[in-house]
Write a protein that binds this ligand. Structure first.
Ligand code: FE2
Length: 212
């Protein structure tokens, strides 16, 4: 119900006024759904259902027609993802606990291709922000408990371009280089995925059981 009405509201936003106005409107749509806690419950139920069905996807919605997806990410204590840049817009909110976002400047002139930290945002539950490209950042969890975030993310118009909507970096020989998660060998990739899904399932189930 809440996910369905969220989709209807997003699909009703006039996109002709540009990305700033559009993402502001998406944030305005999300705010009451976060504050009521109803979206969180429904999202957790959807995550549990997906896990039980063997669905390993991070996303709970892909809207090909309106070019966005809705993903849910679970952040274990101490975990940070790799630095990355999105080529499309995103509006993201904290569904549970606290998520930290670190933004970086890319120093192209440095021999080491250094990433220089320029800001740290500590986003508590129900905080909603947006990412307008380009923005180099990583996301993680500095707390001792699990954190969960929900992301409404724009999709490139051409399906074949979507695998490159996010550019990932990792350190190789002391410098940051681009890498493609899809180039990770399949056994390793699925082992990581399976671990993520198990964690997601345990956390979502427990939160639903506790009613929080
Ligand atoms: Fe990101």
């Amino acid at each position: 119900m809440n996910i369905a009405s969220l989709r209807l509201s997003i699909n009703g936003v006039d996109r002709s006024r540009g990305i700033e106005a559009f993402t502001t409107d998406v944030r305005t749509i999300l705010r009451p759904l976060f504050l009521g806690g109803r979206l969180k419950r429904e999202v957790l139920e959807q995550v549990v259902a997906n896990c039980e069905a063997g669905n390993m996807d991070d996303h709970i919605v892909v809207d090909e027609q309106n070019l966005y997806k809705i993903s849910v990410f679970f952040w274990p204590p101490g975990f940070y993802n790799a630095p990355h840049v999105h080529k499309t817009w995103a509006v993201a909110g904290v569904l549970h606990n606290v998520v930290t976002i670190k933004t970086y400047d890319m120093n192209h002139f440095s021999r080491k291709n250094e990433f220089v930290l320029n800001n740290t945002f500590v986003a508590t539950e129900n905080r909603i922000g947006r990412v307008i490209p380009p923005c180099l950042h990583r996301v993680g969890n500095d707390t001792a408990g699990a954190s969960i975030s929900l992301h409404v993310v724009g999709l490139s118009e051409l399906a074949e371009e979507r695998a490159s909507d996010t550019v990932w970096y990792r350190k190789e020989g002391g410098r940051f280089v681009e890498f493609e998660p899809r180039d990770i060998p399949a056994p390793e990739f699925y082992a990581i995925k399976e671990k993520q899904v198990r964690y997601r399932y345990l956390v979502a189930e427990e939160l639903l059981r506790r009613g929080s």
